[in-house]
Design a protein around this ligand. Sequence first.
Ligand SMILES: Cc1cc2nc3c(=O)[nH]c(=O)nc-3n(C[C@H](O)[C@H](O)[C@H](O)COP(=O)(O)O)c2cc1C
Length: 166
Amino acid sequence: MEVYEAIQKRKSIRKFRSEPVPDETITKILRAGTQAPNAFNKEQWEFILITDRALQNAIAQTRARIPPQRIALETAPLILVVCYENELGVDGMASAYTCIENILLAATAEGLGSVTLTSRGGKIKEMLNIPEGYDVAAIMPIGYPDEEPEKPVRVPVERKIHINRF
Ligand SMILES: Cc1cc2nc3c(=O)[nH]c(=O)nc-3n(C[C@H](O)[C@H](O)[C@H](O)COP(=O)(O)O)c2cc1C
């Protein structure tokens, strides 16, 4: 898929078919993630793949009061948690998100959908044994879409462009 087509087609998906994602496809989209620009080429990212159903349900339960997120986490055949080494602060987080966008675009090219859910507080870190020095950038349910939401419209780019000063 051509890059502009993937950019245009990508949209947040919050409901998935149960069909599993082949291991080679997961590796392929994660490899695409690791080609992203990152601060000092330190590759601050680390990936946790949640394949254990009980753990998946426990993660989904942390969003019990937010149905779209809970459903996304429950229905996805796979949850990817992207962590980052937080030594460089915002640079580590920024590196994680350049990686995440590559993953989202590669997933789109593979016919997959996802959404980035952020995580505040330490509950997920504790559940997943995430060590000191690392934080969670995003919890990403991934799978073949079971919904076709409208892509939210964006304001015309011309309204976001400033010449010389804001
Ligand atoms: C940093 C970040 C945090 C987000 N957090 C959530 C979230 O908590 N719940 C959710 O449903 N979507 C979340 N999203 C997805 C956005 O809601 C979505 O990208 C936005 O509405 C635009 O829609 P689109 O992705 O379909 O283009 C998040 C996206 C980003 C980049």
